[in-house]
Design a protein around this ligand. Structure first.
Ligand code: B12
Ligand code: SF4
Length: 611
């Protein structure tokens, strides 16, 4: 059996979520993950693919999803039987501050001599502080770590010092922390394979789907993402992925784009194994309208469900072209607030008129569904402004949703900026200047905050216009109101709307009960009372201000076809090897002979990777 060189582990947000009684709140209502944030970074697939292309073996283990799916899943047992040269753990999203560090501690306890490598945007931001945790040996910084990771793996395997590896923070022989320059930041994404072919190969090779599943409901709703770029042109106030955050903290002066043709090919390749929707991440128009139109040309005739996000208004002409190229298109727009002042302060300087024109053009061009995302916790936003946003949703639904006439419709969502204001964002870096007050700043403070009994106390901020209590209260009230508006407009059926309403009411009661418990001075009594609440808290954690299924598009019967995809990949490889054709991206480590991709190895649960 070939040795695995690197195992990439994805931790749950709070490691002990199965034991702790924590009301996480609506922190993940508008993303596919649950409150455990079980989705691993898309970068796991590009890291794995890049390393495998250079002859290394990589395995992904999504601990978070395994723990969610099986209450008895034994993390330590799983990690004990893994024996790679190194473990990689993502700390991309700060809400993993607790889980990622805890998993690193477990790895170190069970494999004290195996290096632990951290990476991701939050790991980059907190790289120096991460070196204070004894379980962390290396942090690779930046948004593009494929090549630095390959070089580091080479050093680990050879036993040499990684002083030349770009973007690396590490400890030298004397235990001193070394910070190598953050110089590796490629200008495009065209050197990568971004079509999940690694995942399909690995699932077939290891006969192991369970560890690769990106989020809990994915097998029922296999939505897949295609990435247009790394970085961003914009500077939204609370975003840790803004242009200035990338410049200042992640070593990127300007976005790196995927070429339109490569992006279209990624999408077509994904369609070979999944008939689920494909979400094109990042506004395709960021690189300019000519770039976007090249994409439309390259994707012409695509008959799958294609979701695109727009960072601002679009012209009728562009939407018509989009409708012709990909007739089953769906749009996402985040106006954040109905208040033009709040929206402008956030960094989206367009009017409601422009927004509504865009909605009209999109529906006219055949957009099947247009999701609108509004947020709570913004600068200049009061409790009343939040309610004004809900009223505006009612107006939009009255204006655009005429079910008798249309097959397409508008679907609004409202959710809080939670659990954390992003480190690196303008609001996090200069809170007072933007009307924010921060409660936690360091990694350790965030790690501890994640163990607070309700999301009100986990929140790392409040604003001049709303304190934490008001952010929580306005979220629940907005949720209740929007839910009944959606029921009235037929966007959710009565039964689902009633269930959402009950869940919100329950969450409101629980928040109050937890507030009372938090005030009890005796710590043991506090703990006991919180533990007694756990079953109710778990039930309220499912989704709060909306039903997660509202995010989903109706699917046909055939959604996932991994065996077919594996066969297609295999036949591609055989054809290319026998014809001696080199791929656009070549495979240096295995040149001239077929890659051993389809030699099945035992799944981890059946002793795979044991020594
Ligand atoms: C796409 C995206 C998403 C997608 C994620 C798709 C996916 N599976 O990756 C969706 C919509 C699902 C999403 C959800 C969330 N997101 Co988001 N997202 C983005 C966005 C727009 C782009 C990210 C991106 O470009 N990724 C590409 C690159 C940068 O990352 P990558 O390829 O995955 O990984 C590379 C490196 O990060 C690193 N790396 C990552 N992991 C590891 C591990 C190791 C060992 C190593 C060595 C390297 C490494 O190497 C990789 C390859 O080179 C950014 C904003 C922005 N402009 O950056 C926000 C952003 C990353 N998201 C953010 C947040 C807060 C969230 C949520 C927590 C929001 C919420 N409350 O629901 C959730 C978390 C979901 C979960 N984990 O379950 C914040 C993070 C701030 C922070 N520091 O915590 C950002 C910066 C901005 C924002 N507010 O949206 N998000
Ligand atoms: S929120 Fe704004 S700054 Fe952040 S990724 Fe989206 S458009 Fe860019």
């Amino acid at each position: 059996m070939t040795k695995t060189n690197l195992v990439l582990l994805h931790a749950p947000s709070v490691y002990d979520f199965r034991q702790e009684s924590i009301l996480y709140g609506p922190v993940s209502d508008v993303v596919p993950s649950t409150t455990v944030f079980e989705m691993y970074p898309i970068g796991f697939t590009t890291l794995a693919e890049h390393l495998e292309r250079h002859g290394l073996r990589v395995r992904i283990v999504n601990l978070a999803v395994r723990m969610l799916n099986d209450a008895r899943f034994d993390v330590e047992k799983q990690i004990r039987r893994l024996h790679p040269d190194a473990f990689g753990i993502d700390l991309h999203w700060l809400p993993h501050a607790h889980g990622a560090i805890e998993v690193a501690n477990i790895v170190k306890k069970l494999h004290p001599r195996t290096p632990v490598i951290f990476g991701g945007l939050s790991a980059t931001y907190y790289h120096q502080e991460l070196m204070d945790y004894h379980a962390v040996d290396y942090v690779i910084r930046g948004d593009s770590t494929e090549e630095p990771l390959r070089q580091l793996m080479h050093c680990i395997i050879e036993g040499s010092e990684p002083d030349e590896v770009p973007n690396l923070t590490w400890r030298d022989g004397q235990g001193r922390v070394q910070v190598n320059p953050l110089t590796y930041s490629p200008e495009t994404l065209d050197h990568l394979l971004m079509d999940y072919s690694y995942v399909v190969r690995a699932v077939a090779r290891y006969r192991d789907l369970a560890n690769f599943v990106p989020f809990q409901r994915w097998l029922g709703y296999p939505i897949t993402a295609a990435l247009t770029c790394r970085g961003c042109l914009h500077n939204c106030l609370t975003c840790g992925g803004s242009a200035q955050a990338f410049r200042e903290f992640y070593g990127r002066a300007k976005p790196a784009y995927r070429s339109p043709e490569a992006l279209a090919q990624d999408i077509r390749n994904i369609q070979r194994f999944s008939k689920g929707p494909i979400f094109v991440l990042g506004d395709i128009r960021q690189a300019g309208i000519e770039h976007a139109e090249r994409f439309l040309k390259a994707i012409e005739g695509f008959d799958g469900q294609l979701m695109l996000e727009f960072f601002g208004p679009a012209s009728r002409d562009f939407l018509q072209k989009l409708g012709k190229a990909a007739p089953n298109f769906v749009l996402e727009i985040s106006p954040e607030s109905h208040s033009e002042e709040v929206r402008r302060t956030f960094g989206r300087p367009y009017s409601n008129e422009e927004l509504e024109d865009t909605i009209g053009y999109a529906l006219e061009a055949g957009c099947q569904r247009l999701d609108l995302f509004f947020m709570i916790g913004l600068a200049k936003q009061t409790y009343q402004t939040v309610m004004g946003t809900v009223d505006y949703c009612d107006h939009l639904l009255r204006r655009f949703n005429k079910p008798a006439e249309r097959t397409s419709y508008v679907h609004p969502f409202i959710s809080p900026l939670a659990p954390f204001l992003d480190p690196g964002s303008l609001a996090f870096e200069q809170p007072e200047a933007h009307g924010y007050r921060l409660f936690h700043r360091s990694l350790e403070e965030h790690r501890r905050a994640l163990l607070q009994p309700s999301w009100k106390y986990v929140l790392n901020y409040e604003t001049e216009w709303m304190n934490r209590g008001e952010i929580v209260a306005s979220t629940y009230e907005a949720g209740l109101r929007l839910n009944s508006i959606k029921a009235r407009h037929g966007l959710v059926d009565r039964q689902r709307a009633e269930a959402v309403e009950k869940r919100i009411q329950k969450a409101i009661r629980l928040i109050r009960q937890i507030d009372d418990i938090v005030g009890i001075p005796d710590e043991r009594r506090r703990k006991k009372l919180l533990t007694a609440l756990k079953p109710q808290v778990d039930a309220a954690n499912l989704s709060t201000v909306c039903d997660k299924r509202e995010l989903e598009l109706p699917l046909g019967l055939l959604k996932l076809d991994i065996p077919r995809a594996a066969l297609l990949l295999l036949s591609d490889l055989v054809a290319k090897t026998t014809r001696g054709v080199r791929r656009a991206v070549s495979y240096p480590a295995t040149e001239g002979r077929p890659r051993p991709d389809f030699v099945a190895e035992p799944p981890l649960d059946q002793g795979g990777d044991a020594p």
